[in-house]
Design a protein around this ligand. Structure first.
Ligand code: PNS
Length: 159
């Protein structure tokens, strides 16, 4: 069974993430969306909130599971018997950091591959931080995040 992992902070999930997840799920038997618990980025949404938003966004994708992890991604990969790390690239600016992570992970475990997928051009400008910036300033986030999470994201920053 081909188990792939798509790791991230998902603070919150965007339509760019959902697009990559749906396409990656077609390449494997099971895609685990792995939510990083201890992000140095200090997330705006709690782990429980991030997982709940992902469940709502991915309710119609059959072979996807949502889990959380702490520590090294490679250790999580081994625990789940997963062979491939899925990463999305939006622009050249993403490349340097992702290359470093892919090479580090390859050094830690040569059997595990990192597979890069190009983000849909329609979402190449999109990031969780820009969604938060918009929400904080009462800008529209329709079309940028799944419909079922819009209210929760807007409410988070406008209480
Ligand atoms: O959505 P993000 O914040 O860009 O995702 C980053 C993530 C979770 C993929 C990355 O921080 C990660 O893999 N963290 C786990 C810790 C780890 O394994 N580090 C070593 C590889 S550099």
């Amino acid at each position: 069974m081909r188990v792939y992992v798509y790791p991230g902070s998902f603070d919150p999930v965007t339509n760019g993430h959902v697009d990559i997840i749906k396409r990656a799920a077609l390449l494997c038997d099971k895609l685990i969306v792995a939510v990083l618990v201890n992000s140095s980025k200090k997330p705006s949404f709690t782990l429980e909130e991030r997982v709940k938003l992902l469940h709502c966004a991915l309710a119609d994708v059959p072979n996807v599971e949502i889990e959380s992890f702490t520590g090294l991604l490679i250790d999580f990969m081994r625990k789940k018997k997963a062979s491939v790390i899925i990463k999305g690239l939006r622009a050249v600016s993403d490349f340097e950091y992702e290359l470093q992570m892919a090479l580090l992970n390859k050094n830690l475990d040569p059997k595990i591959e990192t597979l890069f997928m190009m983000a849909n051009i329609n979402y190449s400008f999109l990031s969780s931080s820009s969604v938060k910036e918009l929400a904080r300033n009462k800008g529209r986030i329709d079309g940028l995040v799944p419909d079922c999470i819009i209210d929760e994201v807007m409410n988070k920053f406008n209480q």
